[in-house]
Each structure stands twice: as structure tokens, then as C-alpha cells.
Write a protein that binds this ligand. Structure first.
Ligand code: GLA
Length: 373
């Protein structure tokens, strides 16, 4: 366990005892509040799946009727070496979803991130050719999707293939296979589990050029015979971006192109953008830390209110388009596990979700529930 994880586990273990069963029994539930609209999910991580955070898993069962895997079904986790698959975590993930009768997402099969370098190389470390990479992709998809055939409800088959300027992302998949790598991925996933729903998933989709390319891409794939049941919009948003109009335009365009939209990875950043410091250790720079980690001792009331207002606005828009939206999933259960605390720089305190690190509902939770009432 690295220091970030120790910090996060300590942060939330400290508080988990505070939640009483009676308070939990009385409060509203997201999955019930939106039961006529869309399923409501949370992404769960290794500690939760492996049993180290039983209280937060109780919260998942209480509040949500869909789960996403933070990491355990990504290529590097489930297929770390050419001849080795590791299904320990993903088996438990799927079992949990089944025990609670949940929508179970598979995430993700073909992506440029968290995919080991060997995937694109031969035994001598030279770049693979098109046919060899297609064979490797097919084998991976058949093995992973096939294992959970009839159990995983739907798959994010391809993640993040389009850029904000509307061009295709220059990934190894595109470089080696060519633009039909997407059609092939959907073909293999459908072969492996003909009943599973298949999705395309991405972020930044409110940029007009990206919206247009994504909608066209999905239309073309479907016209070519691919099964695609929906487009996922990740929803890693901020307090003031995207505008509701921009996001709404994409929801409408994507529902038109794909049939359904899933909002797949919602969190609303309360920490400043720190992408320019990606991967750096900035902990010694006190001034910079103060700027990038403005609320180390908890989110002030006025910020709680801003977050709640933003969540109210965003969910009001989702609710308006409930005929187009099948699922809304948060990227995490509670603030103690959010990736924004350790990415793009470690050691920050981010509060992007509806439950705090003590597993208590925040004002943003009440704001979201009110939208459904
Ligand atoms: C992307 C991926 C997710 C996850 C998040 C950040 O949005 O789709 O799997 O890695 O980034 O944690």
C-alpha cells in the first residue's frame, strides 16, 4: 500500500464508525429517488472490492443500483502479462453486484491508458503488426467478456478515442490497426457476449467539434453493423464548466446518435486545475500547495453550498433528459477515495462527491435528492 492509499484509508476508516445505522435507515436513497428516471451508480475501488471498507460497501448497497469498477477490469489489472490474467478482484466485483441485483458495468476493453506497453509489441519489443494486434485484442476481449458472459450487464468497449478538436486520438490502436480498430473491438465484444450492452465512453464531449465527431463515429459504427447501445459522458466536471447548455447539447446529440446516454464518471472538482504539475512532488512548496490544496481541513460551508448548487443544476438537467439517460454513475462512493486527491498531484483534499470521507451525506446529496422529489 503506498502512502496515498494509507492516507485515504486512514481518513475514511477514522470516520466510518460515526455513521449510525438508524440515520442511514431514515435518509432517502438515490436509487429510489430516481427509480422512474435512471439507475444511479458508484465506481468502487480495490479496498472496497477486497473487503477493506465494509462500511462504504454498505453505503453502496443502500444508495446505488449500479456499480462501475474503478480499475480492476482495465487491461493492466486484469491482463498484466501476455499469458497471465488476474480475475481475483473482478470476480469479487461482479459477485457483489449480483448479490445486490445491480447493473454491473464492465470498464474498459480498448483504451490508450492503463494498458501495458507489451500489448503493442512482439517478443523482441518491436511494434506489432495489424493482424497480430487484432488477434491480441480479440483474445483479450473474448477472455474477459467471455468470463462474465450473462453477468456483466454492459461494457465500455472503447474509451476515449476522440480529441476535443474533433480529430481521432493518436493511440497505438489507431496507429497499428487503423481507424477500423473501433469496429473490430465492438465486433469481438458482441461475439463474446451477444446479450451484453455495448457503449462508447469519453470525456470533454461538450466541445462542439468533439460532439460532432463522436456522434458521427457512433452513427457510422452502427451503420456498419456494430452493436452500440449508448454513449457514455464521463462527467468529470468543475464548478463552472462545462456550461449546462454545452453538456445538454451533447446529451441530445448523443441520444439521437446512439439511442441512450450514460453519465458515467460524475465528480465535481473543488480543487483547482493542477494538470501542469502532473506527477510532480509539490508537497515541499508551501505556497503552491496552499494554492492547489485550498481546503486541507474540510470544505468550508460556502463551498459546500456552491457544490450543492452545481449538483442541483446538473441533476435538474439530467432529470429533464431522463428519457435519454439510462444511468448516472459517480466516480467513487465518498470523498475519502476520490482520485482527485492524488491526481494529477498527490496529497490534496478534494471533495467532489455526495458523501464525505466519514460517509455522511453532504448538502450536495440533499440537493440531488430534491431534484427527484
Ligand atoms: C477516466 C477513465 C476512468 C478513470 C478516470 C479517472 O475517466 O475512464 O477509468 O481512470 O479517468 O480516475
Amino acid at each position: 500500500m503506498n502512502s496515498t492509499r494509507i492516507f485515504l484509508v486512514a481518513w475514511c476508516t477514522f470516520g466510518s464508525a460515526i455513521v449510525t445505522n438508524s440515520a442511514a435507515a431514515e435518509r432517502p436513497r438515490l436509487k429510489d429517488a430516481f427509480k422512474d428516471d435512471f439507475v444511479v451508480g458508484a465506481a468502487i475501488g480495490e479496498d472496497q472490492i477486497m473487503g477493506d471498507e465494509p462500511k462504504s460497501m454498505e453505503l453502496v448497497a443502500e444508495q446505488f443500483n449500479a456499480i462501475s469498477p474503478e480499475n480492476c477490469l482495465k487491461w493492466e489489472s486484469v491482463h498484466p502479462e501476455p499469458d497471465r490474467y488476474d480475475f481475483e478482484q473482478s470476480d469479487k466485483y461482479v459477485e457483489f453486484g449480483e448479490q445486490h441485483g445491480m447493473f454491473i458495468l464492465g470498464h474498459t476493453l480498448v483504451w490508450h491508458n492503463q494498458t501495458p506497453a507489451w500489448v503493442f509489441e512482439d517478443e523482441q519489443g518491436k511494434p506489432l503488426g495489424r493482424e497480430a494486434l487484432l488477434a491480441r485484442m480479440r483474445d483479450h476481449i473474448h477472455t474477459v467478456v467471455g468470463r462474465y458472459k450473462g453477468r456483466i450487464t454492459g461494457w465500455d468497449v472503447v474509451n476515449e478515442a476522440v480529441m476535443p478538436d474533433g480529430t481521432m486520438r493518436k493511440t497505438k490502436w489507431l496507429e497499428i490497426i487503423g481507424p477500423d480498430y473501433l469496429a473490430k473491438a465492438y465486433e469481438y465484444a458482441h461475439e463474446a457476449d451477444p446479450d451484453a450492452e455495448l457503449y462508447y465512453n469519453d470525456y470533454n464531449e461538450w466541445y462542439p467539434e468533439m460532439r460532432a465527431t463522436t456522434a458521427k463515429l457512433v452513427r457510422d459504427l452502427k451503420a456498419g453493423g456494430a452493436r452500440i447501445d449508448g454513449i457514455g459522458m464521463q462527467g468529470h466536471w468543475g464548478l463552472d464548466y462545462p456550461s449546462l447548455d454545452q453538456a445538454e447539447a451533447s446529451i441530445v446529440a448523443f441520444a439521437d446518435a446512439a439511442g441512450k446516454v450514460n453519465i458515467t464518471e460524475v465528480d465535481i472538482a473543488t480543487v483547482p486545475d493542477a494538470r501542469q504539475y502532473r506527477g510532480m512532488d509539490i508537497s515541499e512548496d508551501k505556497e503552491l500547495m496552499k494554492k492547489l490544496d485550498p481546503y486541507p481541513d474540510g470544505l468550508p460551508d460556502e463551498m459546500q453550498k456552491r457544490l450543492a448548487d452545481r449538483y442541483r443544476d446538473v441533476f435538474t438537467m439530467f432529470h429533464k433528459h431522463r428519457d435519454k439517460i439510462a444511468r448516472v454513475t459517480f466516480w467513487g462512493v465518498h470523498d475519502g477515495q476520490t482520485w482527485l486527491s492524488y491526481h494529477p498531484v498527490p496529497g490534496r483534499h478534494a471533495y467532489p462527491l455526495l458523501f464525505d470521507a466519514q460517509l455522511e451525506p453532504k448538502p450536495a446529496f440533499d440537493a440531488v435528492i430534491e431534484v427527484a422529489e
